[in-house]
Design a protein around this ligand. Sequence first.
Ligand SMILES: N[C@H](CCC[C@H](N)C(=O)O)C(=O)O
Length: 288
Amino acid sequence: MKFTKMHGLGNSYIYVDSFRESLPNEEKLPALAVKVADPHTGIGSDGLILILPSEIADVRMRVFNNDGSEAKNCGNGLRCVAKYVYEHRYVQKEEFSIETLGGIVTANVHPSRTGEVHEVTVDMGLPKLKRKEMPMRGEGAALDEPVIASTEHVNGTDYTFTAVSMGNPHAVFFVENVAEASVETDGPVVENADLFPDGTNVEFISIMSETEMNFAVWERGSGVTRACGTGACAAVVAAVLNGKASKDKDITVHLPGGDLLIRWSSRDDHVWMKGQAVTVCEGTYMDH
Ligand SMILES: N[C@H](CCC[C@H](N)C(=O)O)C(=O)O
């Protein structure tokens, strides 16, 4: 199976182009994601991303984490898919739509004079803030309420976080210093809490200024990654909701793998993300 390995700020995936490659049967996709992601017996990545035709957008992206679970969205993946489909001339325009399980987004590539794409802007659409939209468990009217700096009791510990869905769920914690955040202990506890029927991604944020924040992430289904595009969007939304940042400003999110520029626009309430997209290599995977 031919593949392309790409990354956004070190958040890498194995991309399979279904316009060129016949895909394995549906039921084999989770196991394929686990196999190709393995750094020793596979190719090595945070998961698998499929590039597919779409009936409702210019192209469709499917995302599988390295545990085989399918995700509804992937910000770094969207930028790499946009780079790939533009450079392979599947689209002939610089602005086009991408279908995800979490909804349709709009990508804008910024090609160099040689037609290569190194940076992409994505309109990630509306953040979803209601408890039931994460989804999170709750009762009655609370399901229609946002979860802002809410303290929830998880496995005997109180956790205070803000919940934001970018099509996929994020629990955002504000900490003094992300370097001291207990990403690998609190991350999996929150990810797998009964509170989240579908699990959740877990972000740890420290605010540096009105337009800058540091970021660490425990991703649902992949663990610690160097970057999470949807997580960076969720972090900026959570910061605004908590009065720690403002809408309509380009906020630099410093992720372990590099920086993303995120803006929550008051014009249409959409979240915009701008960042790199890099092709690492192409090859043939010998499934076994
Ligand atoms: N682990 C995520 C999917 C990948 C998201 C992340 N890599 C990004 O760039 O947004 C989830 O299960 O929702």
